[in-house]
Design a protein around this ligand. Structure first.
Ligand code: 13P
Length: 253
């Protein structure tokens, strides 16, 4: 049995003060939900403040990115040890980073290795564009993203990975995939390629989230699918009632 994991990717939203009040508003509701790993991923400047608020709770903290080098002349970047000071998780290879900031399967791979070396749980994002989807290339794209992005990962550590399948056409569009379609991508492509890399048993242990326009209204449709182990939530994670309801839906799955 895989424990579902619901993570809120706040993207570039919330100042420190705004982050504090959002966490205040949702913390009690989230803490009441058991049997689900709950994770908040605010922007870097809010990590310190949010980590203080989450002390002593069962809510985890994640960053939205990291650099793979340990330290040095990399203006504007954040090193793995700096992330690990506050966080247990880190989102890697989000499609917005791939599209706007030049991330590639190779940099994703470097970041995954850096995260694991610092005992961070990587949430590795994969997903196809609308063009790729329409031309039937989803399987090819996610297989490539997984096999290159996770290349060389120690199979002994791989079970701790989290993969997020986020079809780009579903992100921020309000047009979520259907539960069935998303589950088919996980079952037909993602878990099989994980099995090729790490063996069947480990592939069965790796949590795979769905992301892309997840809301309180459609969460159950995803969580009732056998291969979907939670969600990576964007817009709805900024709304207390929505995010708590999504986490609650995962606890019933
Ligand atoms: P939305 O939930 O806003 O579609 O964003 C999904 C996402 O990109 C989470 O990483």
């Amino acid at each position: 049995m895989r424990t579902p994991i619901v993570a809120g990717n706040w993207k570039m939203n919330k100042t420190v003060e705004e982050a504090r009040s959002l966490v205040f508003s949702m913390s009690l509701g989230l803490r009441e939900i058991k049997g689900v790993e709950k994770v908040l991923c605010p922007p870097f400047p809010a990590l310190l403040a949010v980590s203080a608020l989450l002390q002593g709770t069962d809510i985890g903290l994640g960053a939205q990115n990291l650099h793979w080098e340990e330290k040095g002349a990399f203006t504007g970047e954040v090193a793995p040890a700096m992330v690990a000071e506050f966080c247990q998780y880190v989102i890697i290879g989000h499609s917005e980073r791939r599209a706007y900031f030049g991330e590639t399967d190779q940099t994703v791979n470097q970041k995954v290795h850096a995260a694991l070396a610092h005992d961070l749980t990587p949430i590795v994002c994969v997903g196809e564009t609308v063009k790729e989807y329409e031309s039937g290339r989803t399987g090819e794209i996610v297989r490539r993203q997984i096999s290159l992005g996770l290349a060389g990962v120690d199979p002994a550590k791989a079970a701790g990975l989290v993969v997020a399948y986020e079809p780009i056409w579903a992100i921020g569009t309000g047009k979520a995939s259907s539960g069935e379609n998303a589950n088919a991508v996980l079952a037909d492509y993602i878990r099989p390629v994980l099995a090729e890399l790490f063996g069947v048993e480990t592939a069965q242990a790796i949590r795979i989230q769905y992301g892309g326009s997840v809301t309180a209204a459609n969460a159950e449709e995803f969580f009732s699918q056998p291969d979907i182990d939670g969600a990576l939530v964007g817009g709805a994670s900024l709304k207390k009632d929505e995010f708590v309801a999504i986490a609650r839906a995962a606890s019933k799955s």
